[in-house]
Design a protein around this ligand. Structure first.
Ligand SMILES: [Zn+2]
Ligand SMILES: [Zn+2]
Length: 244
């Protein structure tokens, strides 16, 4: 494509900042303001409490995670907006750059010694309605960057859960039980990287990982683009949830 053609396309359909929607140059993903406001999670920093995740905190246990999980960003500000934009289907360019950042985090944290990349699936019905699954878009981008196979038939979602961002923490907990099925033929004996867009309560990614482990995969490491900071009463919530 020539420079002039690109220019014309930019005029008709300007490139926009993934974070705030401001018009940017066609090679840019974020405007200069959003670039400086990205809510990074440092390597080695606990995403939930901000302390050193190896020595000073026990948060992974609080979430009852069956495998390690990490993310390069907090779920706030322009990252939150960026994910919403991807979900609305108005921006698929974001997946490429987000996937690159996630791949970089994976390589530094876990290494790249995986047999395949899997992702949290949506139901066939949801896929037909929306046309794509944003977790698959991210997983595909990571697979491309790390040159690893994307395993499309590893997990199946049998039912739609209620909208996770609207339902309360309590109804969210447990509403994914029995929702996912893992394909043992595709995953047995494999070291897997499991991808999702946002980690909120961890229930969804944990359930997917559990099904993969039950299907005899060798190991699971989790990566999401963003992690939500827990609400203030999280500890109480989780204590109560354990009692029921
Ligand atoms: Zn912006
Ligand atoms: Zn912590």
């Amino acid at each position: 494509m020539g420079r002039f053609t690109r220019y014309l396309i930019h005029i008709v359909q300007p490139t926009r900042c993934i974070g705030c929607g401001k018009v940017v140059y066609s090679h840019q993903y974020f405007c200069s303001h959003c670039r400086t406001q990205l809510p990074h999670i440092a390597l080695g920093e606990c995403p939930w409490c901000g302390k050193n995740d190896q020595t000073d905190c026990n948060c992974e246990n609080d979430f009852e995670l069956l495998f390690p999980c990490n993310a390069p960003f907090h779920y706030e500000g322009c990252i939150r907006q960026g994910i919403l934009t991807i979900k609305k289907g108005t921006e698929t360019r974001g997946a490429a750059v987000f996937g690159k950042i996630m791949a970089n985090r994976v390589a530094r944290l876990y290494g790249t010694d995986f047999d395949g990349i899997v992702y949290v699936p949506v139901t066939k019905k949801r896929l037909r309605q929306r046309g794509y699954n944003q977790s698959r878009l991210l997983a595909k981008a990571i697979a491309d960057w790390l040159d690893l196979p994307l395993l499309d038939n590893a997990l199946v979602r049998l039912y739609d859960a209620p909208d996770q961002h609207r339902s309360s923490r309590h109804s969210r907990k447990g509403n994914v039980f029995g929702v996912f099925e893992a394909n043992a033929a595709a995953v047995a004996g494999k070291r897997l990287l499991l991808v999702d867009d946002v980690f909120t309560t961890g229930t969804t990614i944990n359930e997917c990982g559990k099904m993969l482990l039950l299907a005899d995969c060798d190991s699971v490491c989790g990566i999401t683009l963003a992690m939500a900071k827990p609400a203030k009463n999280t500890t109480n919530d989780q204590q109560e949830q354990r009692m029921v």
